[in-house]
Structures are given as structure tokens and as C-alpha cells.
Design a protein around this ligand. Structure first.
Ligand code: URA
Length: 452
């Protein structure tokens, strides 16, 4: 592929680009731009897009090739630019159960002087989605105009919204074709897909939460590390300061799984309750602020939570997105309970293993997640007060919140099957399993970008 082949008056033949990737010759910026443009304007056929995806999956790309594809897919739609007196930062999680970090982290970062234009997604597979959780709040509007999104980020410090149709359109098409062509499981394609959307938000810095364990997409530590390395090297090569934490998903992060129940737990965290959710949120906040040059990041983030400033910002964001003004003070007034709430009985003993994917599937079976895109979800249902690894059961594993008695019976059986109990207490595993740093970037130059 030569650069002069791009941009002529006639549609350019993409086959040399596809053949070069197929033969292991890699992808340059001109080739990546041709593919991304063809994906978004429709001039690349489904067959060509499928062949491209399969060529990448089988032959792989270099860091530069991956960065070229990421940049090209990012630039296939609207890319936001900001002019704010602080760093523009965000987080991406590879997804898990009870992962309600975004609702706490965005206001914590904003309280520390960063600006957080968080563009989030809906539930995927057995994992929940931030937008579904926020829509458990009556009135919460995820579909803001760009002007309103910008206004909230500038005035409040954070907003959490759905992607507009013009965000990385090349990825939307390639993602659907990958699914049909059995070409989803490529680290290169997953990396370009995730980052093209995140980087279109115009970020200065990005922290990644790469989950590993029984409730994660990538269950082994090695797979998680491989994806984390690819994401970190590619995002930095594409010009965004990025690092990753590899974190425990051998159990739900929050004690609840299900939309309204997770919002209630996020509010408890914003009000200062200790939990693994708090610990991970602070670790991610420190990592993100560290990328912007902050040394005292962990203490600042903890202070933002403990002083109530993060809670106040969350409340302003909710009101700014049409939710109720007293959500933080009276969550039970707004978060509807499920009609049936029952305990999950268990033998005495200690929790030695939890199948996180099975718990996620139990929430979907209760109606709290989707089987097909576009399915309606019941925000009230889910699981709460879940026992964590190493804890004594005291004869209960948690509670199911269901729409009917028969749904509750099925969920109780599913939760019981997902837990393993033994007479002896096992060793506790770490919440933080690894750290992948940005490659020798100098964060100092960002120091001035963060408000005091
Ligand atoms: N999430 C994405 O956005 N893209 C992928 O390819 C996988 C997960």
C-alpha cells in the first residue's frame, strides 16, 4: 500500500492492504486510514471487512500497526477537543460483575481537579454496563447533546453519557462484522476497538482496569496481562498517556450485582463506606491522577471521598442529567425495590471460590441484563450482600431480588451453585494483581494541566 493510493477521485482498491496484512506485512497509517474510511462510508464490502479482520486475527499487528488502526478508527468520526484548565481523563474497564467504579471514580477525579467526559456502554455478555446502572435512577438521561455534555463536563467536572452515532463509526461496523466472522478474539482488534472510542473523547490520560478471574472476559492472568500490555502500548503510541491495573475479578467487586442495587452501593461508597469498591476506585484515581503529574494522588482521592466533595459532584451530575436532586440523601426513595427479596441459604463454612460468570448470568436470568441487544431490563432485580472470598457464610450467601417467586427460586439455586464453601478459611488474594506503566513517558509536563 502506498500513500498515493489514498484519496484519489475513484474508490481505492483495499485488496492490497488486506493482502499485505494476510501475508504478515503489517499495516501502515495510509492502509489503516483506507480501511477505516471504507468501513464508515460503506465502500469496503462486508466480505472485505471480514477478510481484513481475519487477516489481523491470524497474522497479528505490531504496536505501530495497532496504533495506526486505532488512530484511523478514532478519526473515522467526530473527535472531541477540549480547552479546559485541567487534564481531561477517563477510565476503561474490561468488564466484570458488580463493577460500579465509574459512578464513584468520575466524581472523585473531578473533585481532584480533572475533567471526566465519560462515554460509557451498556451490558455486554454476563457483565453489567454503566449506562444500564445509571438508568436505574429515575429520569437520568444518558443521551445528552454534545453541547450539554460539554457544559456539564466544564461546569461540574464530569458527565457520564452514551456514545453519539458519530463516535468511531468504523468500529461500530467492524465490531458487528467481527462477530459474524468469528473474529472477535483478537488482541489487536479488541485494542483498536476499545481505544478508538475512548480516544475520540479527546483524552489527555486514560487508566485501564483490566479484570482477571472467574467473572472476567479474560479469566487468566496471562491473557489479561497480554491485553493490558497491548492497550497501554497502543494508547501511548496514539498519543494518550495510559497505564493499566490488572485487578481481581474472581468475585464481584461490589457486594451487589444488578442495576439499582449497584447504584445504592456506589452511593454508600460516595458517603464514605469502606469496601473493595472504595479501595479499587482510589487505586484507579491515584493511577489516573499520577498520569497527569500528581504525586499526592491517593491522599487527594481519599480526601475527595471522605470530605463529601465527590458525593456533591455526583449529585450535581445526576441533577445535570435530569435525575432527582435528593438521590444521595434518600436513595431508597428513588431506587425501586424488587417485589421478592429472599436470602440464599448456605452451609456454615468459609467461601473458597466464586464463579463470577455464573453470578452475572444469574442477574441476566432475573431480568437485570440482556440476552439480545435491545432487550428491556428490570433495574430492580439482582443480588445483594454477597459474601466475599475468605468470609464465613454464617449460613447465608446473600440475597436475591426478583420479580417473582419462581425467578427467586432459580436465582437462589444459581447462586448456591456458584459458591464453594469449605470448613477452613483460605488465604486472601490481592485486589490489585498487576500494574502496566506507560512506557517511560514523562508525566511532569502534564503537571501544569491539573487544577490545584
Ligand atoms: N469491547 C469493545 O469495545 N470492543 C471489543 O472488541 C471488545 C470489548
Amino acid at each position: 500500500m502506498t500513500p498515493d493510493a489514498v484519496g484519489g477521485a475513484h474508490p481505492v482498491d483495499p485488496r492490497p492492504v488486506i493482502a499485505r496484512v494476510r501475508d504478515g506485512g503489517g499495516l501502515d497509517q495510509a492502509g489503516a486510514s483506507l480501511i477505516a474510511a471504507g468501513l464508515s462510508d460503506g465502500s469496503l464490502s462486508d466480505a472485505q471487512a471480514g477478510a481484513f479482520a481475519m487477516a489481523v486475527l491470524t497474522r497479528g499487528l505490531s504496536t505501530e500497526g495497532r496504533a495506526a488502526l486505532t488512530r484511523a478508527m478514532r478519526d473515522s468520526g467526530h473527535v472531541m477537543r477540549w480547552d479546559l484548565p485541567g487534564a481531561v481523563v477517563d477510565k476503561h474497564s474490561t468488564g466484570g460483575i458488580g463493577d460500579v467504579v465509574s459512578l464513584v471514580l468520575a466524581p472523585v477525579l473531578a473533585a481532584c481537579g480533572a475533567y471526566v467526559p465519560m462515554i460509557s456502554g451498556r451490558g455486554l455478555g454476563h457483565t453489567g454496563g454503566t449506562l444500564d446502572k445509571l438508568e436505574a435512577i429515575p429520569g437520568y438521561d444518558c443521551d445528552l447533546s454534545e453541547a450539554r455534555f460539554r457544559e456539564l463536563v466544564r461546569d461540574v467536572g464530569c458527565a457520564i453519557v452514551a456514545a453519539s452515532g458519530d463516535l468511531a463509526p468504523a468500529d461500530r461496523r467492524l465490531y458487528a462484522i467481527r462477530d459474524e466472522a468469528a473474529a472477535v478474539q483478537s488482541v489487536d482488534l479488541i485494542t483498536a476497538s476499545i481505544l478508538s472510542k475512548k480516544l475520540a473523547a479527546g483524552l489527555d490520560a486514560l487508566v485501564l482496569d483490566v479484570k482477571s478471574g472467574s467473572g472476567a472476559f479474560l479469566q487468566s492472568q496471562q491473557e489479561a496481562a497480554e491485553l493490558g500490555q497491548a492497550l497501554v502500548s497502543t494508547a501511548n503510541a496514539a498519543g494518550c498517556r495510559t497505564s493499566a491495573l490488572i485487578t481481581d475479578m474472581d468475585q464481584p467487586l461490589a457486594r451487589a450485582a444488578g442495576n439499582a442495587l449497584e447504584v445504592a452501593e456506589a452511593i454508600a461508597c460516595l458517603r464514605g463506606a469502606p469496601s473493595a469498591l472504595r479501595d479499587l476506585t482510589l487505586a484507579l484515581a491515584a493511577e489516573a491522577l499520577g498520569l497527569t503529574g500528581r504525586d499526592d494522588a491517593l491522599a487527594r482521592a481519599a480526601e475527595a471521598l471522605d470530605s463529601g466533595r465527590a458525593a456533591e459532584i455526583f449529585a450535581r451530575m445526576v441533577v445535570g442529567q435530569s435525575g432527582p436532586a435528593d438521590l444521595i440523601d434518600a436513595p431508597q426513595k428513588h431506587l425501586s425495590p424488587a417485589p421478592v427479596i429472599r436470602p440464599v441459604p448456605a452451609p456454615d463454612g468459609f467461601v473458597t471460590r466464586i464463579d463470577g460468570t455464573a453470578l452475572g448470568n444469574a442477574v441476566i436470568a432475573l431480568g437485570g441484563g440482556r440476552v439480545r441487544a435491545g432487550d428491556a431490563i428490570d433495574h430492580r432485580v439482582g443480588l445483594s450482600d454477597l459474601r466475599r472470598l475468605t468470609e464465613p457464610t454464617e449460613k447465608v450467601l446473600g440475597f436475591v431480588h426478583a420479580a417473582s417467586d419462581s425467578d427467586a427460586d432459580a436465582a437462589i439455586a444459581a447462586v448456591q451453585a456458584a459458591y464453594r464453601i469449605a470448613p477452613d478459611r483460605p488465604e486472601a488474594g490481592p485486589l490489585l494483581r498487576g500494574h502496566i506503566a506507560q512506557p517511560s513517558a514523562d508525566a511532569q509536563s502534564m503537571r501544569q494541566q491539573t487544577r490545584s
